[in-house]
Design a protein. Structure first.
Length: 158
């Protein structure tokens, strides 16, 4: 297997790659390149490649003064799931999020993404809330890493 390469979003090619993955996995909330540039100013956005092939993207939202919670979101394109790539991308992001000193780690998954919900559950996340954004028809699911949870896989591969 070729090495998984995870790179920060920088430049238009990486922005478009991040956009492609995000908008495919979250079709209810498509983002423009300007939206992504704005997010990159406040979050850590990365793209993941297997060799030269785009396989996923990630977001790490740092804790804020209002909420001492970091949010880790790892997205893998459907054709690259169940190969261990999601676990590797997630572990990379989780390690970074833990350096931010957050009291808790959360993730968010679109309700219509059973692979993502299964992955989060297998990594120690438990549901906190389901909600609809204005104008949406599919709910988002906020999940929190169990206190003291290592966030490591429990035998599944994504």
């Amino acid at each position: 297997m070729k090495d998984l390469r995870i790179e920060p979003v920088s430049g238009d090619t990486a922005l478009r790659d991040w956009q492609r993955v995000h908008n495919l996995i979250i079709p209810t909330d498509p983002l423009s390149l300007d939206d992504i540039r704005e997010r990159a100013g406040r979050n850590r956005l990365e793209v993941a490649y297997l060799g030269e092939v785009l396989v996923g993207c990630s977001t790490v939202r740092p804790p804020t003064a209002e909420a001492d919670v970091a949010t880790v979101i790892a997205r893998v394109l459907p054709e690259h799931r169940r190969q261990g790539l999601g676990a590797r991308l997630y572990s990379h992001c989780l390690a970074y999020a833990r350096t931010l000193g957050a009291a808790a780690i959360e993730t968010v998954v679109l309700e219509s993404n059973p692979d993502g919900l299964r992955f989060a559950g297998a990594h120690g996340f438990r549901e906190v809330e389901r909600y609809l954004l204005p104008g949406d028809t599919v709910r988002f699911v906020d999940l929190r890493l169990d206190p003291g949870g290592a966030g490591t896989p429990s035998g599944t591969r994504e």
